[in-house]
Design a protein around this ligand. Structure first.
Ligand SMILES: Cc1cc2nc3c(=O)[nH]c(=O)nc-3n(C[C@H](O)[C@H](O)[C@H](O)COP(=O)(O)OP(=O)(O)OC[C@H]3O[C@@H](n4cnc5c(N)ncnc54)[C@H](O)[C@@H]3O)c2cc1C
Length: 381
């Protein structure tokens, strides 16, 4: 099916980004996976080439595109099997908080560096004791004159080693009766005393992603670093989480498509019992079933993306896209991996890594169970 989501400018952007991936990403992927993180320098190169925050206005150092430019970046990273270079997390999940809720002074202070790659960003919501139940965070931010003093621990934070700025979710009012109204957001520079990066976590997949712990010990942050009003943190998170869910869905869809393409090609080459394995009816039926899932998923996610770009606030649709495309994506990758036989279990084969990368998509950005809780609420259940 022809896609109608993009204009010519997005197609040109895709061509340019593919060239960037060929030059600056693909030759380094194996080394990054071994190192557990991408090179800091690739962020600056991506910024210099206009691939970070491509939707950001030129006045803040962006290139004045739209969310569809970001979609191109997400899709092409998935197609390159690059799951650790968290450009979407930075450009489309973290930076939008500063853009939407920052004061003019904060935007001038941080956005140009976010677009250039001078600042790599992270968002620190999850804690060792709570993830899904965000209102239960225990990290505290206590007002002291013109500062807040932040104390607490975070875990599973993407870009944890490389980030220069982290948006930290903290309680400014610990009264459990005000659980939602007690949350505020702070932009914390990684060089502030009291900010400490913990260890990079060993994960099943996403080998080149520096997911880490983070600690705050009496970390003083000026009031000027608070995003939005005190106590408005939960409301801001709820507003911006739709795009986060959609980003995961977009990445999962592109990964499913790429794995299926590569599997179809492999089954045409690999022979058994004197013929290509693509000639077995089981192979054909399974691959056709995968194709049906991919095509249905593509139609849905493009429609949701188009409406999101048009400015609609899509709670139900973004949640459905997230859980359905990541569940389906995992089924597709599992089915495809089987056609690679023993090679499918070898890490040098992208399909093996795609299998492990797919698993986390059902967990992060809100678990798939939480997505169903949200949709159920939308249905008034
Ligand atoms: C690789 C990776 C990267 C991540 N990056 C970040 C990041 O950058 N920033 C960040 O803040 N966090 C990040 N996370 C954390 C992630 O968002 C959380 O792990 C996720 O939200 C789940 O929280 P939890 O791990 O505490 O699980 P829990 O909340 O303890 O959930 C455990 C199980 O209980 C289920 N459950 C919980 N509540 C309900 C309910 N009401 N109804 C039904 N079932 C329920 C869940 O679905 C899950 O199956 C990352 C995680 C990973 C693995």
């Amino acid at each position: 099916m022809d896609r109608t989501l993009f204009e010519t400018e997005h197609d040109q952007f895709r061509t340019a980004f593919r060239t960037f991936l060929d030059r600056e990403v693909k030759p380094n992927q194996e080394r990054w996976r071994e190192a557990g993180q991408v090179d800091r320098e690739v962020w600056r190169k991506a910024g210099a080439a206009g691939f970070l925050c491509p939707w950001l206005e030129e006045t803040y150092g962006g290139s004045g595109g739209d969310f569809r430019h970001s979609v191109v970046v997400m899709e092409e990273l998935s197609r390159a099997y690059e799951s650790g270079f968290a450009m979407a997390l930075h450009s489309d999940i973290v930076v939008p908080y500063i853009h939407a809720f920052g004061t003019e002074e904060q935007k001038q202070r941080w956005l140009p560096g976010c677009a250039s790659g001078e600042f790599v960003t992270a968002i620190a919501m999850t804690e060792p004791g709570t993830g899904s139940d965000l209102a239960a965070v225990t990290t505290r931010a206590v007002r002291d004159g013109d500062d807040y003093v932040i104390t607490g621990s975070k875990t599973f934070i993407s870009n944890g080693q490389l980030c220069d700025l982290a948006i930290v979710v903290a309680k400014t009012d610990p009264n459990p009766e005000n659980a939602h109204k007690g949350i505020s957001l702070f932009v914390v520079e990684a060089n502030r005393p009291g900010f400490q990066r913990g260890k990079r976590l060993h994960k099943m997949g996403m080998a080149s992603q520096d997911t880490s712990e983070m600690f705050f010990e009496d970390c003083r942050v000026p009031v000027a670093n608070r995003l939005g009003a005190e106590g408005a943190g939960f409301m801001m998170l709820m507003q911006k989480l739709q795009q986060e869910r959609l980003c995961v869905a977009i990445g999962a869809q592109a990964a499913s498509e790429k794995v299926l393409e590569d599997t179809i090609a492999y089954t045409k080459e690999r022979t058994a019992f004197g013929k290509p394995i693509s000639k077995f009816q089981n192979t054909q039926f399974k691959l056709v079933e995968c194709l049906a899932k991919v095509e249905v998923g593509r139609a849905y996610v493009d429609k949701v993306t188009a409406e999101h770009v048009a400015g609609k606030y899509l709670v139900k649709e973004c949640s459905i896209a997230k859980f359905w495309l990541t569940d389906t994506g995992q089924e597709i990758v599992d089915t495809c991996l089987q056609f690679f036989g023993g090679y499918g279990y070898m890490l040098e084969y992208p399909v093996a890594r795609a299998f492990m990368d797919a698993r986390v998509q059902r967990i992060f950005a809100g678990t798939n169970e939480i997505m169903k809780v949200i949709v159920a609420k939308q249905l008034g259940l």
